[in-house]
Write a protein that binds this ligand. Sequence first.
Ligand code: FES
Length: 503
Amino acid sequence: MEQLQIAPLRDLLSHFRFMITLRSQEGKYHSLILFRLSTLQDPGSKDSISDDLCLPGTDEHGLSISSSSNQRQIYVMESSCPHLGADMSHADIEECETGMVAVCPWHRYDFDLKTGKSETGLKACTYDVEVRIDPADGVEKVFMQTPKEGRNWRLVELRPVSEEFADPPPPPKAIKHTQMAVSIETDEVEPVVPAVNPPKTLMQWAVLILNTPNPTLKVERTRHAVDLFRTGKLGSIGHKSPNVPRPPDVPLREESFARNTVDPKKVKSRKNLAVMLHALANIEQWAIDLAWDIMARFGPDHPDLPPAFFSDFSKMALDESKHFSLLTARLAAISPSTPYGSMPVHASLWESATVTSHSLRSRLAIIHLVHEARGLDINPATIERFRRAGDMETVRVMEIIHADEVTHVTSGHRWFTWVCAQEGTADPVSAFREEVRRGWRGDVKGPFNVEDREKAGLTPHFYEDLKGEMGFIAKLEQESKNENQVANLNADVAPLNIQYDKA
Ligand code: FES
């Protein structure tokens, strides 16, 4: 059985739970949770518990086994509960007669962390963990057994189960809520949980958040909803309900944040870091909505989507909320006179959401594997600009964002290949290129961050020499006299209808 290195032991001392994503050579994914229960200290410190443990043995690779997972109290199990698929990242850990158990937040079934066994008869999938001393450098490293199916498993995500949020700055006063032509003025501060008809399912929360125009409240509601979902306090996901609410065509925006479209020519010449932070925060605000929209729009059409899909995208919504709050906090710190909302913003990201609103496969391809993957290409240069300006705190924030974005592209790849498999499409690469041809305009531009794209599952076969023909198809539509023929070519590319007032 393959063994996979997770990390040096010292890297796991910062937190007690980590999310792990593995991908096999064949493109299969496993999402896992690593629980570290002991209060280990830095193995390099003189108080390290290493000295108290049994003498190391040697494994078949000649690596010293410094202790068993039980001694270290490090356990790895699948992140989806075997009952109905709840996310186990927020499971309670309890001690019982036979050992330590993880208690699922949804229905409180408990699973032995070592064996996965439960009194209910269900069994969670667990993996053996070992801590070994690498003779090459003398460093203690954590290894895990890999899943049985698949080959050449690699670690594509290891991150603590905790979210770093900066407190969002206070919302602007005298909010004007608009939904295109509809305008409602209010100065009231809405509660995070509405007093009337509070949402009871994840889908209801998704639609409420999409209809929440205040970005600070959007962030707060996202945090609250994801926490409810993870800790089993929601009635259900709700995507199979006949009364599932529908998402808006375009999420609500406060008028002050939606008055203009940035002129791309001007953006290029702007050097101001505050302008960059403002623009990045605007993208993150749309990204929060995109994460909720993919769940609310496509969940009801795909009742076969497993809970892991909603776990991945609710995590994404939470990440984007974290990014928004971190960026707006940095903006407030470096430029108090230009808080979020004081500069014009654009809605171009939602244009692609509109173009792909007919198909989950198209949405995943265009938003998550083109737009978000482009972010991986651009982020390093953005980080460098802040570094050159000496703003190391923003560098730190951008590095957090970049690491998260790799996992978002990973989720895009995971669920794109899942949809392809459900449809019986054998070749996800060809399916992706076809989606881009139909739903993207112009070249998919480099230079590419090949390394991080590859981490996320996007090999160059996906994106090299790729060109979208959306405009070309639209032109055909105009020129063709045969409407039926055009409809067959491009039934899904609807004209955009996003009209923001010019400032
Ligand atoms: S006990 Fe985990 S989903 Fe029901």
